[in-house]
Design a protein around this ligand. Structure first.
Ligand code: PAF
Length: 276
């Protein structure tokens, strides 16, 4: 694996192949979820490129940005055990210099202002901006995103449509720990007890799927889940059930449950397909 701190150096390097790039954008502190994105990428291209860049603009709380785990040396070690060919750890000034911003007037507010967007104003616009910049610079053939961040996936798909990018977005399955907690870089900020109790997110989603199968209506399901949180140390931020266009088949629709909760200072999200 070759490591670059500058996109210009990467692009000008003789070993860099511009075609067929399988791109995995990350903010580092790599975990099994990221590793599975890389494994998925192996099915599409040998030309795998990972970026590690903690995009300050997409953080709503400056303390969350400061506390975001940064473990570059360990990340590099983990990447060396994969088929990743190139790692880029770019700098803000270079990114801004060599790419154009996403035009905020194009923000698809129908997607960016629901669910997490209600609680994180500007977050998705800034995710769109950074991913748009990476796409302009790298022009990948494929880009890989985890379904754990389903709303982000929806936003990126919209970016592709809006800017007509010839990039295939590959949604990858959520990876969970033994208790069902979805892998996230922020999980390491939880104590062992908090981590155990955070499995309530997965339990709630699984329960809602089961209740939906038993023909309970959406409002009944939402009330049951809200009630379960009364006896939990986690604070439920939202639990919503939405009918969405299928992310895998162009004409289908899928019913998803989305959840967000705070465990102490750590905000956790998850989602699950509960019906069609
Ligand atoms: O999902 C993430 O880690 C980030 O939102 C992304 C896509 C790397 C953009 O900063």
């Amino acid at each position: 694996m070759k490591i670059f701190e500058s996109f210009v150096d990467l692009i000008n390097d003789k070993s860099f192949i511009k075609n067929n790039i399988a791109f995995i954008p990350t903010m580092g502190h790599l975990h099994a979820g990221h590793m599975s994105l890389i494994k998925n990428a192996e099915n599409f291209s040998k030309n795998i490129l990972v970026s590690i860049y903690v995009n300050e603009a997409q953080f709503n709380d400056p303390r969350d940005f400061e506390n975001y785990p940064r473990t570059l040396e360990e990340d590099i070690q983990k990447l060396r055990d994969t088929k990743c060919k190139f790692l880029i750890t770019p700098k803000e000034y270079e990114i801004k210099n060599i790419s154009k911003a996403f035009d905020p007037s194009l923000e698809p507010k129908k997607i960016t202002e629901i669910l997490c967007g209600k609680y994180r104003p500007g977050h998705f616009l800034n995710v769109m901006d950074i991913v748009h910049r990476f796409f302009q610079i790298l022009n990948p053939k494929y880009a890989f995103f985890g379904k754990k961040d389903m709303q982000q996936l929806m936003v990126i798909k919209e970016l592709i449509k809006l800017k007509n990018y010839p990039i295939e977005i590959i949604p990858c399955e959520t990876i969970r720990d033994a208790n069902g907690l979805a892998m996230s870089s922020r999980n390491t900020l939880l104590s062992p007890d908090e981590r155990m109790e955070s499995s309530i997110l997965f339990e709630s989603l699984s329960k809602s799927k089961q209740l939906f199968g038993l023909k309970k209506n959406e409002n009944e399901i939402i009330d049951i889940i809200k009630n379960d949180f009364e006896s939990s140390r986690l604070d439920l931020e939202y639990f919503e059930i939405l009918n969405l266009p299928s992310i895998t088949s162009p004409n289908g629709a899928e019913l998803y449950a989305f959840i967000s909760a705070h465990c102490g200072k750590i905000r956790l999200i998850d989602n699950m397909l509960i019906g069609r």
